[in-house]
Design a protein around this ligand. Structure first.
Ligand SMILES: [Zn+2]
Length: 497
């Protein structure tokens, strides 16, 4: 017997032995998991089979930990079609909730938003993304005979910029009588760290998304996008929207991206390019921090103005891009940390773009969280890793009252439990909003296109709609759209899984 044959026989015995061991040790839950896996596979196959369209053949969807994972690939039209087809029911549901919210807060009807989408936004969208948006509408129609057309989808994509940036600007221009109290949103707590700040000297990046629970309960998609041009993307996102939009994502060239929104930002450029297009393009095409900055500045319309926190795992460098409309600033380092909690820091941006922001009022949500980040990050200098990042996203320290209190000043926000609300964002007392999910990754995971994500409050607390609505009839209009937001486990996701 040759050595090779002997090795093969030995290996076969080992494999059979391991298999037997697995069968012996295999408990019921393993069988259940296999059964669930099989059922999911069959359901997916059935869904693909019902569509004769070849554009869906290489796409797939699965569900884990409260998240829906979708793999999309191909040319822009195909990516859009797969998105619309695989997430059809979720897009219809998200559209109902978001359009109700947009019309309720602005006193404008839906035809207004469709007109803005068609006349102002559409002509500024790159052809590649026009094709993808068109594809979403086609995929939706193929899936369910949906009546939503491409302008509904464009208006949905603009939900973070048109209602709270364009409409207040327009109300000022038109001198609208008794305009609604619209304020740019404050979304998120986040940080990015590198060098001597982290345990392994490489980058750690983490983010929790602050939004209304009505939107947040639906912000549960993990997109794995493999486009024919540009880099592969892994990001969290919202049904029907082409950008991550809250934002957390990585690309296969090594860029790691997140942001927090600039509180009390004012301004809009009607000739600019929509933010959702620039943000998606930057994640898909940027090779470096400079590249990312260039793409975000190209056609800056002032919409959804953010403090972008960036990392480049190729160089270990991190950056903060404070992207105002009249001013912006870029900070960068290979040894440091940048944190965000919805406060602008550049004096010029504050003066020109956020004239009402009070950087020294430590009772506000953005500033109280800024103090908490400074303390928490410096206390943990040199120890920051993925596990610690997850813990930080769940932090409940209120630096103003000096108490542990899950409220609007905690990094893990629970504004529904605060009588103060967040007036800077026009969030009334007990507003049903706060931290709705969290994500984190580091250089090592990003190299393998992996991230961890937890749906629901990052601390694990559940939000229950029924008792909340019973106690707060002022939010009864949300009842058709507001459901329980139960926290899932921290869950690992990989591009191509
Ligand atoms: Zn919490």
């Amino acid at each position: 017997m040759s050595d090779v044959v002997r090795k093969i026989i030995a290996l076969s015995i080992l494999i059979i032995g391991a298999g037997l061991l697995w069968v012996v040790k295999n408990p019921q839950n393993e069988a259940d998991a296999a059964k669930n896996h099989l059922e999911t596979a069959i359901a997916e196959a059935r869904m693909r089979a019902t569509s004769a369209d070849p554009r869906v053949q290489h796409a797939h969807r699965s569900e884990r930990g409260g998240w829906i994972y979708v793999h999309l690939e191909g040319d822009p039209g195909s990516i859009g079609f797969q998105h619309g087809y695989l997430l059809g029911p979720e897009i219809e549901d998200a559209f109902a909730a978001v359009s109700a919210d947009m019309t309720h807060s602005t006193d404008r009807d839906w035809p207004f938003f469709r007109l803005v989408a068609r006349e102002m936004l559409w002509p500024k969208i790159d052809p590649e993304y026009q094709q993808e948006l068109q594809g979403i509408a086609e995929g939706l129609s193929a899936r369910s005979g949906s009546q939503l057309d491409v302008y509904d989808i464009v208006a949905l994509n603009s939900f973070e910029e048109v209602p709270d940036y364009y409409v207040p600007w327009l109300n000022k221009q038109e001198k609208t009588l008794n305009p609604p109290n619209l304020k740019s949103p404050g979304n998120c707590s986040a940080f990015v760290a590198t060098g001597s700040w982290t345990k392994d000297g490489q980058i750690v990046i983490a983010h929790n998304n602050w939004t209304s629970y009505m939107k947040g309960e639906r912000w549960r998609i993990i997109f794995d996008i493999q486009p024919t041009s540009g880099y592969r993307i892994l990001m969290d996102g919202f049904p029907g929207v082409i950008a991550s939009d809250d934002d957390f994502g990585l690309n296969s060239d090594g860029l790691m991206v997140t942001e927090t929104t600039i509180t009390q930002f004012e301004g809009w450029d009607p000739n600019g390019k929509p933010e959702f297009v620039r943000a998606r393009k930057a994640l898909q095409y940027a090779e470096s921090i400079d590249d990312y900055t260039r793409i975000m500045l190209d056609g800056n319309n002032g919409g959804y103005a953010n403090d972008w926190l960036l990392g480049d795992r190729k160089t270990g460098e991190i950056a903060q891009l404070e992207l105002g409309l009249r001013a912006y600033k870029l900070w960068r380092t290979k040894d440091g940390v940048f944190a965000g909690s919805n406060w602008a820091r550049d004096p010029k941006v504050i003066k020109l773009d956020t004239p009402q922001f009070e950087p020294n009022n430590l009772a506000t949500s953005p500033n109280a969280r800024r103090i908490r980040w400074e303390l928490l990050l410096s206390e943990n200098k040199g120890k920051i890793d993925l596990a610690l990042a997850q813990k930080m996203l769940a932090d409940h320290e209120d630096t103003y009252s000096k108490k542990t209190d899950p409220n609007e000043r905690a990094l893990c926000g629970h504004v529904d439990s605060s009588e103060r609300g967040v007036p800077q964002w026009a969030w009334a007392p007990n507003y049903p909003g706060g931290a709705v999910q969290g994500k984190a990754t580091d250089s090592a995971l990003a190299k393998e296109m992996k991230l961890v994500a937890r749906m629901g409050h990052p601390c694990g607390a559940d939000f229950l709609a029924q008792p909340f609505l019973a106690g707060h009839p002022e939010y009864a209009w949300e009842a058709p759209y507001l459901h329980d937001m139960k926290a899932g486990p921290w869950t690992h996701f990989t591009a191509g899984e």
